[in-house]
Design a protein around this ligand. Structure first.
Ligand code: ADP
Length: 271
């Protein structure tokens, strides 16, 4: 198996005059080629800092981040970055092209991909996100969910070795969120892409092969989504907000898992 990402005892503390707790503390895990990993946790648990340590916006204070088999440092940064696809939170900040197809083609053009290959890649990426009918649309006419689907197409058209989704559904309305989750689900089934998804969205996390729950900068739980979210005691101990617990219970029930009804009780959740 080829390891795409490897964190070895990685810690990061933001520079500050005061003595502060590390934002990421002694975290280790690997992502193998073709795997889909979701990183979840409440605000301040270290998820964004971890994304920045993987895309090279930050370098660890301690430990090593390896991407595609080599340590990520200033010498390897640009080569590694060229193999990363990123989709960010805000659908409005990701457009560079005047039309959907120009937008998806932008990075391909900049990377000198020959015209015929570029056209093929743009069409195939837009088909994968069900946006092929919108080729000539101007991005600002699209809904939030459609914009994120185009952003995903732009990222996968580059055929990255790793796709990082950084809260890709968190700014969308419920309809947009559903659309993007369905798109990700289809991508999951139809491609071999390796994905690291940082998300608040448990429905999205349920698509993953493995979920890593962060808490206070540390890796708190790791396992298959069913295993992790069925671990009711530890999940509630985290103090994750009520909709989190309720959503988990609902999603598990929908999958036929026997979750005690009490997890939905307002009283128990408050306690
Ligand atoms: P999450 O993405 O899970 O919300 P973050 O990685 O943003 O978590 O934050 C982890 C911790 O690092 C928090 O305590 C946060 O206050 C702190 N932090 C994040 N960004 C900075 C920064 N630029 N400077 C100082 N501290 C920061």
């Amino acid at each position: 198996m080829t390891t795409v990402v490897k964190l070895q005892d990685v810690s990061y503390t933001y520079p500050s005059d005061e003595v502060v707790k590390p934002a990421v503390s002694h975290v280790s895990y690997s992502v193998e080629q073709g795997e889909w990993i979701a990183i979840v946790g409440h605000n301040g648990s270290g998820k964004s800092t971890m994304a920045k340590l993987i895309n090279g916006l930050l370098f660890p204070s301690e430990g090593v981040v390896e991407l595609f088999g080599q340590p990520l440092n200033e010498d390897t940064l640009w080569e590694s970055r060229s193999q990363l696809g990123m989709v960010f939170q805000n659908p409005d900040n990701q457009f560079v092209g005047a039309t959907v197809q120009d937008d998806v083609a932008f990075a391909l053009e900049n990377n000198g991909i020959v015209y015929e290959d570029m056209v093929e890649r743009v069409h195939s990426a837009l088909q994968q996100v069900q946006m092929a009918d919108f080729l000539n649309q101007e991005p600002h006419h699209l809904s939030g969910g459609q914009k994120q689907r185009v952003a995903i197409a732009g990222a996968i058209a580059m055929r990255p070795k790793l796709l990082i989704l950084d809260e890709a559904t968190s700014m969308l309305d419920p309809q947009g969120r559903r659309e993007v989750i369905q798109t990700l689900q289809m991508l999951r089934e139809s491609s071999e892409v390796t994905v690291l998804s940082i998300t608040h969205d448990l429905e999205e996390a349920m698509l993953a092969d493995r979920v890593i729950v962060m808490n206070g900068g540390e890796k708190f739980l790791e396992g298959r989504p069913e295993e992790v979210f069925a671990n009711r005691e530890q999940i509630t101990k985290l103090g994750l907000d009520l909709p989190f617990a309720a959503n988990v219970a609902n999603l598990l029930r929908a999958r036929g898992v026997d979750v005690p009804a009490t997890i939905m009780s307002e009283k128990e959740l408050v306690e």
